[in-house]
Structures are given as structure tokens and as C-alpha cells.
Design a protein around this ligand. Structure first.
Ligand SMILES: Cc1ncc(COP(=O)(O)O)c(C=O)c1O
Length: 441
């Protein structure tokens, strides 16, 4: 896939350089909400580059839809873990409420940094220095956003951030607010949804400052293999860009071996200094604590020093009780294995129901099915809700059009986050709905 320069409206917005954006400040949507006009100049005009979030689009799509009253609603739409939080994590939080009386440090406690480094050591066989190569973050989302603000130098020629396509929308927003333009590298369904790094033109690589990797991928579930890491490291060495490796689904996997991590790949390829590489991981999915807001980043010490500096000013220190609960969570693996077993049970139950009607397969990892739809994905999602009260997310909402192709079109993302029996019920309804479609296989 080549660049996202072209003439469709969406692309034109994404590619608009910051200076032109500033000139358009008189008519942005956000500014327009602020009345009187004199307030408009106080708003960052880059805010208007942000795209509507997929769930807002879904709300618009399904506005006015009246599902049958006799069928209980089932949502496979939002990728929010719904298994219960392990009691020992809740208890650790309660036991450390005294910490609320002190300001936490941006770097976190030595205990937390040690627990994170130890976990990474056990999980990936790497030795991280907890002083310089680990930094706690309030969930991976804020950190994935913040890294672009730390890395991107918007004043340096056409700063570009490369994202996979489809992708987690925070990458794009982070790039645009940092003053960069985006380039989307499409995944290839024929190669287990591997990102087509080789399809990114050399001219784009030359101005690239940051690349987001999502492995295991949302929504595809694909894990990036070692040879692709080698290729990306080689490109990073040649062009000097930073790699932000989003690995928040790494603990939910289905094969014989746990997914390869970015830092693990670097260590295997004799890049133990993790130069220009930072990994983002999270307790949200691993430990069923999306509300805790806890994760950590690890990798290149020089980069993390700059990141810590940025974070000090941004004010992103983690609360002490959350830090203590995080130490407990990172130090235990039994609850993670139990959590994984539940997801395995769901996929094992759901796939045989869907396979006769949809070309779905077990992903490498994660909790999504990235399923092709008979016909248009948005129409499919709307119709499914209307007839069977099941919510799924249209794939085109998770990707950007490039060269006239939206790689999410004709697919839906189904998050198997509900309890097993609900997922099975949803699969049965989806199978019935598919069988009713004129062009189902
Ligand atoms: C790909 C991806 N990265 C990061 C996140 C953020 O997760 P958290 O901030 O809870 O760590 C999500 C959340 O759904 C995600 O899907």
C-alpha cells in the first residue's frame, strides 16, 4: 500500500500540514462550539483533525434502531474486559489507601518498577534495569498518546507517524495532536494480517519519526513474528524512527507459546539496549482491571528519560494505592492463566457455531474475532442489532481509506468479552442472521 495522499475528503484532512490547519482556525468544529467568536483563538486547531471515535460512529449508525424486545441485548462491540477482578488485587488496593495522603512520584515506587522488570524477565527472558528501563503509566492508552508528544519534532520536515491499518485510534489522534501527519500501512489478510511494512514508500520512511506496532493486533489478533521485527529494526536504524510497541493483549493467547514481545525480539536480535524501542503493556486485559488504569512502558533508557521528563510536566504519576495493587497483580500469574482459560473456552465454543456461516478463524491472541461479513459491514452491524439485538463494530470504523481501499471494510470486530453462555447465544444469533443474508456463503 502506498501513501495516504489522494483526493478523498478524509485523507485530505489527515494530511493537512499544521500551518494550513492554523489558517483554517476560523471554521473548526470545536471552536465553533465556543461562542462568542473571540474564544475560538484559544483552542488548539489541531483538535479539529481528530476523527470521530468508532463508538460514536456506531451510536450514529444504530440511532433509532429498535431491536426485538424479546431478545436480551448482547454487546460484542466494546473491547472492555468483563471477567471479575481477582479479589487479591482489590484487597491490595484497599490495604494501601493510606498512600492517598502523599503525592506519588512520576517514576513510581522502586517496588513497582522492580515488579514490572521482574515480570518482563519471567515473561520475555530479558533483564531490564528497573531504574532506567521501566516506567509505570496510567494504562497504556495515555502512554501511547504521550509518547508521540515526547518523540515527534513537528518542526522537522513533514513529521510522519506510521500506523497499522486497521488500528487503535489513539495512535492517529496522538500523531495529529503532536503536529505530525499519519501514514497507514495496511494489514494483509493473506499473510495472517501481517502489516505490509514493505508497502510504505521510501519517501515516507525518510520523514517518519514514530511507528506504532500493535502485537497482538487489535482487531486482527495477529502477533508479529521475529523476521518482521528484524525488518522493522533495520528500517528504524536506517531512518532513525522510534518504535512504540503496543502489547496490551499479550497475555490472552491460543497457541502453544506466548506471543513474542518487541523487547524479546530485540534481545534475540542482539539489540539488548532496545535502541529506539519502547514497549507498552497493561494490566487492563491481563488482570481484568481496566478501571485501575495501570500499565508500564519499558525499553530504550534514553527515550524513557525523555518520556519521564515529559510525564513530569504532564502530571501523569500513578496513585500510590494503584501502584501497590499493581505490584500484587504483576507478581501473580495464576489469575492470568485462569483468565486466559476462560477466553479459550469462549473461542472454542463460539467458532464451531460461526464457521459454517462466516470465514472466521482462531486469532493468535487477543479477544476479538475479525470476521468477514456478507455485504457491507455497517449495514451488517445495523441489521444484526435490529433483528437479533447483538452489537458488533463495523470494521471500516477501525481503519482509514487509502488508495480507495478501507482494509476494515467488509469485516466486523466481535469482542468475546461477555460470559461464555452470552457469547454462545450471540454466536447462534449471528449464525441465524448470516443464514438470512442473500449473499451469505
Ligand atoms: C490496542 C489497544 N491498545 C491500548 C489499549 C488501552 O488499554 P489500557 O489503557 O486499558 O491499557 C487498548 C484498549 O482497548 C487497545 O485496544
Amino acid at each position: 500500500m502506498s501513501g495516504n495522499d489522494g483526493n478523498n475528503a478524509e485523507r485530505a484532512v489527515v494530511m493537512t500540514p499544521p500551518r494550513q490547519v492554523a489558517r483554517r482556525a476560523a471554521r473548526p468544529r470545536i471552536a465553533a462550539l465556543l461562542s462568542p467568536d473571540r474564544f475560538a483563538a484559544t483552542v488548539n486547531p489541531r483538535l479539529d483533525l481528530l476523527h470521530t471515535y468508532p463508538f460514536e460512529k456506531l451510536r450514529e449508525l444504530t440511532h433509532g434502531v429498535r431491536p426485538p424486545e424479546g431478545l436480551a441485548p448482547i454487546s460484542l462491540g466494546i473491547g472492555e474486559p468483563r471477567h471479575p477482578t481477582p479479589p487479591f488485587i482489590r484487597q491490595a488496593l484497599i490495604d494501601h489507601l493510606d498512600g492517598l495522603a502523599v503525592y506519588p512520584a512520576t517514576l513510581g515506587t522502586p517496588e513497582l518498577r522492580r515488579a514490572c522488570a521482574d515480570w518482563a524477565g519471567r515473561r520475555y527472558g530479558i533483564a531490564l534495569d528497573p531504574q532506567t528501563q521501566v516506567l509505570p503509566v496510567n494504562g497504556s492508552r495515555e502512554a501511547l498518546f504521550a509518547i508521540a508528544q515526547t518523540v515527534v519534532d513537528a518542526a522537522r520536515g513533514e513529521a510522519t507517524v506510521v500506523c497499522p491499518n486497521p488500528f487503535y485510534q489513539i495512535y492517529e489522534g496522538a500523531a495529529l495532536l503532536a503536529g505530525a501527519r499519519t501514514h497507514f500501512a495496511a494489514v494483509d489478510p493473506a499473510r495472517n494480517f501481517a502489516v505490509d511494512w514493505d508497502g510504505v514508500p521510501e519517501s515516507v520512511w525518510r520523514r517518519t519519526q514514530l511507528v506504532y506496532v500493535c502485537s497482538p493486533g487489535n482487531p486482527t489478533g495477529a502477533v508479529m513474528p521475529l523476521d518482521e521485527w528484524a525488518r522493522l529494526f533495520e528500517l528504524s536504524d536506517r531512518h532513525g524512527f522510534v518504535i512504540a510497541s503496543d502489547e496490551c493483549y499479550s497475555e490472552i493467547w491460543f497457541g502453544d507459546a506466548a506471543p513474542l514481545g518487541g523487547l524479546e525480539a530485540a534481545a534475540r536480535l542482539d539489540r539488548g539496549d532496545f535502541r529506539r524501542l519502547v514497549m507498552f503493556t497493561s494490566l487492563s486485559k491481563r488482570s481484568n482491571v481496566p478501571g485501575l488504569r495501570s500499565g508500564f512502558v519499558a525499553g530504550d533508557a534514553q527515550l524513557l528519560a525523555a518520556f519521564a521528563r515529559y510525564r513530569t510536566y504532564h502530571g501523569s504519576a500513578m496513585g500510590p494505592a494503584v501502584q501497590a495493587a499493581s505490584v500484587a497483580a504483576w507478581s501473580d500469574e495464576a489469575h492470568v492463566a485462569a483468565n486466559r482459560a476462560l477466553y479459550r473456552e469462549k473461542f472454542a465454543a463460539v467458532l464451531p457455531i460461526l464457521r459454517p456461516v462466516m470465514d472466521v478463524r482462531l486469532p493468535d491472541a487477543g479477544f476479538y474475532l475479525w470476521a468477514p461479513t456478507p455485504g457491507d459491514d455497517a449495514a451488517f452491524a445495523r441489521g444484526l442489532l435490529e433483528k437479533y439485538n447483538v452489537t458488533v463494530l463495523p470494521g471500516s470504523y477501525l481503519a482509514r481509506e487509502q488508495d480507495g481501499v478501507n482494509p476494515g471494510r467488509g469485516r466486523v470486530r466481535m469482542a468475546l468479552v461477555a460470559p461464555v453462555d452470552e457469547c454462545v447465544e450471540a454466536a447462534q444469533r449471528i449464525a441465524a442472521y448470516c443464514a438470512e443474508q442473500p449473499d451469505h456463503r
